[in-house]
Each structure stands twice: as C-alpha cells, then as structure tokens.
Design a protein around this ligand. Structure first.
Ligand SMILES: Cc1ncc(C[n+]2csc(CCOP(=O)(O)OP(=O)(O)O)c2C)c(N)n1
Ligand SMILES: [Mg+2]
Length: 572
C-alpha cells in the first residue's frame, strides 16, 4: 500500500484480521472507525478528496466485518471511487468446503457477497498470486472506470512471510506501467461530429463527473471550454468542475433543476456528453427525450453505460477513455461563428431570467435551504463541502449551491442516495485535506452513523463543521406521504420518530454547538469559523418546503404514472 502512495487508511479491527491490523497500525496512520459501513465510507470520502488520484484504504475483519460494509461499498462502486478493501478471513483450513450455512467461525463467502459491488474480489497468497497478477489486481481500482477492489487474506496467509523486496519492486513497476498505459489511450472522433462542431447553430457540451474521476486537470477542462467555445452544462455529480459564475456554464439540466438549464438542453442541436451516465434522475426518467432536438454524441469508457442507447435514434455512442476524448476534441479545428455568439447570448438571457425568479422566490425573511446554500458557498472557510445525497440536502441544498473560486462539492455517496454516509465521508475528506470540511446532513440521516462522533472524539485533529438541515424528521418523505396518503408513517415526530437533541450529540465529539433560526444568526455562526473549526450548527428549517421547479409524476386516464417533460418545468 505504501509503495502505491497510500499512507493513511481506515479500519475496524478483529481477530481474523489481527496480523493485518498489526502491520497497518505499525506503518500507516489508521483512523479506527466505529462501524465498518463508516470504515468504507471514510475511505470513499478520502479518495474523493484526493480527486480520485489514489485509492482510499479500508480494512475490516471477516464475516460481520464484511457484511457491515455492503452499503458503503455499493455506494463507492456506483460512484466509481478507487478503493482497496482488505479483509481478514478464517484460516485456509477452516474455509467452508461443504456448502453448509455456517462453518468457519465468523466466516461468510466474501467473494459471493462482494463480487457484484466491486471491480474484483480476490484471495491473496504471496506465492500463489504472481507479481504480475497482484499488480494488475491493484491497478484495476485505478484504470478503466475506477472502483473498489477487495483483497481477502486468510489468517494463516496473513502470518506468512510477505513478498520479497525485489518482488514488491516488480509489482510496483508493473502497477505504474498499467496506469501510464491507461492514460495514454487515443480516441477517434466520428467524422459526423467533426463536421457538426463547426456547422451546428446551438451546440452544447455536457461534462460529467468522469472528467474528475479520470483526473483531468482543471486547466485541461478550461482549455477545452475555450477551444470549443460552446456553452457547458454540468451534472449534480460534476457541478463543482467549473465555477457557477463562468460565463459559459449554465447549471445542470434535469428533473430538479433550473428552468434555463432545461430550456438550453432541449433547444440544443448538437450535444457532446462527456462521461455523463444520463441516468433516470438526471434525464427526468426519459433519457431518449434529454436533448431531443440535438444530434447527440455520448462518450464513455464503460461499454455497459453505452448499451443503454443502442438502437435509440439521435445517439452516437463512442467507447473511449475521457482523457483521450478531451485530447481529440482539443486537436479538432473550430472556427468561431456568429450563430454561436447568438446562442450563448440566448443562454445567458434564460439564465438571468431564472436567477431573478430564484431570488424573488427565496430571498425571503424566513431562514430556508437557499440561504444555507448561499452562506456556505460564500464563506472562505467552507470551501470543501460534503453533502449527504438523500432528503432535502439533495433536492434543495444541491440545486442552490453555487461553486465559486474552485470550491468543491463532494457528495457523500451520490448515486446510491443512502442516508448516513455524510459523517464518515467528511471524516475521510478532512483527514486527506487537513483542514475544515463542511458536512451538510439532514437531521434524520445524521443518526445513521452517529457512532462516528466517537471517532471524531478520538481524533481531535479532524476538522469538520456539521450543518444540520433540521426539519424535525424525514421531511422529504413525510411530504410525499402526505401528498399520496394524506397521512404520515414513521416520518415525523407525530408519526413515530423522536426529535433529536443535537446539543447532546455535539458534546460526544466535543464540537462547538450553535443553534440558528434566522439568516443573521447563521451568517454570524459561519463568520466565526476557521480552518481548524469543529462545530455542529443546528439549522431550524420549519415550513421550508418549496424546492423550485421540478418535473412531477402524473397519472394517465388508465391510472398509469408518467413523468412530466423537462421543457414543461416552470416556477410555480
Ligand atoms: C439508508 C436509507 N434508508 C432509507 C432511505 C429513504 N429516505 C430517503 S430521504 C429519507 C429521509 C431523510 O431524512 P433527513 O435526513 O432528515 O432529510 P429530510 O428529508 O428531512 O430533508 C429517507 C428515510 C434512504 N435514502 N437511505
Ligand atoms: Mg429531516
């Protein structure tokens, strides 16, 4: 691990991983989390804070140690996070060869459980796994579409002599050459695209998070934008790739987005999608209609993502490494046209109109999620934000947050949308960055890994400021329950939940505790923060239930549900 650049990691120890615990504890800085879900989620947050350039390291014991990782490992896999998960396993002699439900003590079939949620799950043995295979397996987390790799090490194997120094050197040199080869691929652009980039009247580029995952530098991205001259849309996963005030950037189009972004995507006549999954939430449950008036080119390194468009009209799929696609686009000559200036002016007009509506809707006296997003975005201290990906943090906070001066918006488990990943992800990010990280969570989601407050207690040099969007329950769920059933079930204090005492929770981790009920009090609380702050800011958001324009689910004459169209999205 040290040879491939890993010096810090996360663990929860156990008998079946005792030699691993000893080796790691002697050589690396290990943060000992208090749940294996948190071990992996912290490694995920760490790798994201490292801009996906090195794998996060997680270490757990066998059986329950592994079963506890399933949610956060699935999340890391879905988010394409490079991660190495090392687990102990019962000694080779005790491995279940009989197919009984339970044989070895604390034994479960790790590979069967983890294969669907890792790029590879393999067993290690110093002589049976060759240097070449070990290098290939480790590199897999970092090449192609990145993701977690799991290494299982039975107890007896842990106790063996490791590989000799010269073998380790060989593994390292093969590992490095695999990464280099992966970065040096080429991409041939379709000839139709080469002609369209100069003849389209309303071209657009949509940059997905694959650009960051593939470690494309901010400088290369800026060069690409300047070179093409096209307006740019981002996605919720990639919204911090470029600053909001960049004159060519027009937000994220989708089912819960600004009106202007959706008008732009539906008016475009050429769209280049670079590393965008075009998932159902982004496309308003209708990928075919997303940019429906455009000739669309979808670049992705994952063949399975492209299969979604096979046989669909209007799409050309290009299987390519995103770095190679960017290089090929940069080499394509572009002549600036008058049509492009008109198109950008049109995009800016739509954006200004939307901005005015947004301000008139949300610049009210009552404290709301829009205020929270604006104040966090404006502070120099809270430059790295780790938001949860469930509840109103995603539906409200994310859509209002505007990146400035390269601030970062790094989801705690974006695609899976699990509650509970925010605290451990923020711990991982803060360990990597060695400065204050702003963690934005719902009052409900916060409870799911609150034992990690003890991890923070044990590590006073991990700086996090928690912003709790406190609407006293699962507001996003209770709202939909009320809409559909005129009643609530386990979603509010009146339907089975307790109100949470955040002051007590703040004490566990020795966090400064602040309550905010007004815009001014939140502004003051944020102005008191510094790069070594540890605090919990409990933000009361009662009656804050309008999120802005969105598609909605309606029912046709036969009672079948359907989603409204992106271009029909409007304010109120
Ligand atoms: C692990 C998990 N269980 C259940 C859900 C379903 N769920 C989505 S949002 C939500 C409520 C979250 O409450 P809170 O964090 O307070 O956010 P709010 O909706 O109040 O903004 C629930 C239960 C989920 N996303 N993840
Ligand atoms: Mg809530």
């Amino acid at each position: 691990m040290q040879k491939i650049g890993i010096s810090e990691g996360f663990s929860l120890v156990g008998g079946m991983s005792m030699h691993l615990n000893c080796a790691a504890g002697n050589r690396l800085r290990i943060i000992y989390a208090n749940h294996e879900q948190a071990v992996v989620a912290s490694a995920d947050g760490y790798a994201k804070a490292a801009d996906f350039r090195i794998p996060g390291l997680a270490m757990v014991t066998s059986g329950p140690g592994i079963t506890n990782t399933l949610t956060s490992l699935t999340s890391a896999y879905f988010d394409s996070v490079p991660l190495i998960l090392i687990s102990g396993q019962v000694k080779s002699a005790d491995i279940n060869l009989f197919g009984v439900r339970s044989f070895g003590a604390q034994e479960v079939d790790h590979h069967a459980l983890l294969s669907p949620i890792t790029k590879l799950s393999f067993s290690y043995h110093p002589t049976m796994v060759t240097n070449e295979n070990l290098a290939k397996n480790l590199a897999l987390s970092m090449i192609g579409r990145k993701g977690p790799v799991h290494i299982d090490i039975p107890l007896d194997v842990q106790a063996m002599e490791g590989k000799k120094d010269e073998d380790v050197q060989e593994v390292l040199s093969i590992y490095k050459s695999l990464l280099e080869r992966d970065g040096a691929q080429s991409c041939v652009l379709p000839s139709e695209l080469i002609s369209l980039v100069n003849s389209a009247q309303r071209p657009l580029i949509v940059l997905g998070n694959a650009s960051r995952i593939a470690s494309i530098s901010g400088e290369s991205i800026s060069k690409l934008i300047d070179h093409l001259g096209f307006p740019v849309l981002l996605t919720w996963a990639s919204m911090d790739l470029l600053d909001y005030d960049n004159p060519k950037v027009f937000g994220c189009a989708g089912g819960l987005s600004g009106v202007h972004s959706n008008r732009i995507i539906q008016a475009a006549d050429l769209i280049i999608f670079l590393g965008v999954r075009l998932d159902l939430l982004t496309t308003g449950f209708n990928p075919q209609a997303y940019g429906k008036n455009a000739t669309r080119f979808v670049f992705d390194c994952d063949e399975a993502e492209l299969r979604k468009f096979s046989g669909k009209t209007g799409f050309t799929c290009v299987l390519s490494d995103i770095r190679a696609a960017v290089r090929a686009l940069l080499e394509t000559p572009i002549c600036a046209s008058n049509a492009l200036s008109f198109w950008i002016a049109q995009c800016q007009t739509w954006q200004n109109e939307n901005q005015k509506c947004e301000e008139s809707e949300f610049s009210t006296l009552q404290l709301n999620t829009y205020h929270v997003a604006s104040l966090i975005a404006q502070s120099d201290v809270t430059r790295y934000v780790v938001p949860t990906a469930s509840g109103y943090a995603i539906e409200g906070f994310a859509r209002f947050y505007k990146t400035t001066n390269g601030s970062r918006f790094s989801w705690a488990g974006h695609v899976l949308g699990s509650m509970g990943l925010a605290i451990p992800s923020a711990i991982g990010a803060s360990l990597r960055l060695k400065k204050t990280v702003a963690c934005v969570d719902g009052d409900g989601g916060f409870l799911l890994n609150m034992q990690e407050l003890y991890t923070l207690r044990a590590n006073p040099d991990i700086y996090i400021v928690f912003f709790i969007l406190n609407n006293r329950g699962y507001a996003s769920i209770s709202q939909s329950q009320t809409r559909n059933f005129q009643n609530n079930f386990g979603a509010s204090t009146k339907s089975g939940l307790a109100e949470i005492d955040f002051e007590i929770l703040a004490k566990i981790a020795d966090l400064k505790y602040v309550e905010c009920r007004t815009y001014e009090s939140l502004k003051d609380a944020i102005s008191c923060l510094n790069s070594e702050s540890r605090a919990l800011i409990n933000i009361f958001l009662d009656g804050d239930d309008y999120r802005g324009p969105s598609i909605t689910t309606k029912f046709d004459a036969q009672g079948r549900p359907f989603s409204t169209e992106l271009e029909d999205i409007s304010w109120r």
